[in-house]
Write a protein that binds this ligand. Structure first.
Ligand code: B1M
Length: 211
């Protein structure tokens, strides 16, 4: 079975088809990582491109996102069933004012798949919530995502809040999301920039000195 049909089902927003084809892909022996990176992520990228070109509109995007989430829900237990001691702990969330969560969810799942214990704060997360979560969980990494240029500077607020709470020296901060660049990450004083969910895992491991 190739993964093209699953990709098409996400693009078409066919939730039932997505669940069925995800099951078929798993049964055919495709790894959850492969299903994610070769079907779900590229499908959502295509939907994003179509949205940008006004070929589809918000309702279609939402339906595609919902279909993708159904597949993700089926992959999550497979990605996370390592059953071993976590290699690290992370708190992740999308900045205040930003409701986009698909990319951030992928980052969370990929981190979990790589053995991290992840606390996902969701989207539209205020800086003080990141601070509280670090205090509650003792997380080693804070991952901040944003998709909007208008909320990018919210990342700086998260870094400032961590500093004010005297936590900045204790945690590593990684930023990512479509408008974010390495230059922006440097500008706001983040410790790492994750270009994709896969590279976010590499960066997180590097931050903790894990090979
Ligand atoms: Co919105 N939206 N949206 N949207 N949306 C974008 C981002 C936009 C580029 C579309 C466009 O105009 N071309 C544009 C932003 C423009 C800008 O800021 N310059 C935009 C806009 C304007 C808006 C609204 C303002 C629209 C409106 O209401 N007028 C509104 C904002 C609402 C708000 O947040 N306050 C809005 C709303 C929505 C929906 C609700 C309809 C929906 C979100 C559904 C959801 O997330 N639950 C939506 C969607 C789906 C998109 C697009 C089409 C797709 C985003 C996506 O999920 N991509 C997007 C256009 C596009 O990107 N082409 C668009 C797939 C995802 C896998 O990629 O999130 O980039 P991405 O994540 C990648 C990497 O960036 C990285 O890893 C991921 C996987 O590889 N990554 C990290 C992400 N976070 C990371 C964190 C890390 C490391 C890596 O470390 C911590």
């Amino acid at each position: 079975m190739d993964l093209e049909a699953l990709k098409e089902a996400v693009i078409a927003g066919d939730s039932k088809g997505c669940m069925l084809l995800t099951d078929v892909a798993i049964q055919a022996g495709h790894s959850p990582q492969k299903i994610l990176t070769e079907a779900l992520v590229p499908a959502m990228q295509i939907v994003g491109d179509k949205f940008r070109c006004n070929e589809v509109y918000v309702p279609e995007v939402l339906v595609a996102a919902r279909a993708m989430k159904k597949s993700l829900g089926m992959l999550k237990p497979l990605l996370t069933q390592t059953g071993v001691k976590p290699v690290g702990t992370a708190v992740i969330g999308t900045v205040k004012g930003d409701l986009h969560d698909i990319g951030k969810n992928l980052v969370g799942m990929m981190l979990e798949g790589a053995g991290f214990e992840v606390t996902d704060l969701g989207s539209d997360v205020a800086p003080e919530k990141f601070v509280q979560a670090v205090k509650n969980t003792g997380a080693q990494i804070v991952g901040v995502s944003t998709l909007l240029t208008t909320t990018m500077l919210g990342m700086k607020d998260v870094l400032r809040a961590l500093e004010q709470a005297d936590l900045r020296q204790k945690v590593k901060v990684m930023v990512g999301g479509a408008p974010v660049t390495q230059a922006f990450a440097d500008e706001v004083g983040a410790d790492a920039y994750g270009e994709s969910a896969a590279t976010a895992v590499d960066r997180a491991k590097e931050l903790l000195g894990i090979k």
